[in-house]
Each structure stands twice: as C-alpha cells, then as structure tokens.
Unconditional design. Structure first.
Length: 71
C-alpha cells in the first residue's frame, strides 16, 4: 500500500509541474501578445506624434519590451 501512495505522490508532482509549465507558456504567450500589440501601435504613429510623446522611433522596441516584460 505504501508503494501505491508513493506512486500517486510522484504522479501528482508531475501533474503539478506540467500544469506550472503550461501556465508559464500561457503567460509567455500573453506577454508576447502585449509586446507585439504595443510595437504595432507605436509603429503606426508618425514621427511628429512620437516627438510629441518624447519618443524617437529607435526607442520603440525597448518601450514595447518594458510594457510587456516590465524590464
């Protein structure tokens, strides 16, 4: 009986790890989506609109990364 309980605890551990892995993938997909959407919207702005916001086109990738990943 003890052997069966040990196997179940190993299976539960595997399931927990698999669920955590899938949750991590889901979070990564969501962050990537925020990054792509932010970059898309910023790229649609004109140079004048970017200047009004105090941004230059060379800054857009870094800004999108900060928006998505908080770096």
């Amino acid at each position: 009986m003890a052997l069966v309980q040990d196997i179940r605890s190993i299976e539960a551990g595997f399931i927990d790890r698999a669920a955590a892995f899938l949750a991590g993938l889901s979070e990564a997909r969501q962050r990537r989506k925020v990054y792509r959407q932010t970059l898309k919207e910023l790229n649609e702005l004109s140079a004048r609109e970017l200047a009004d916001l105090g941004m230059h086109r060379s800054m857009l990738t870094r800004i999108a990364i900060e928006a998505a990943y908080g770096n």
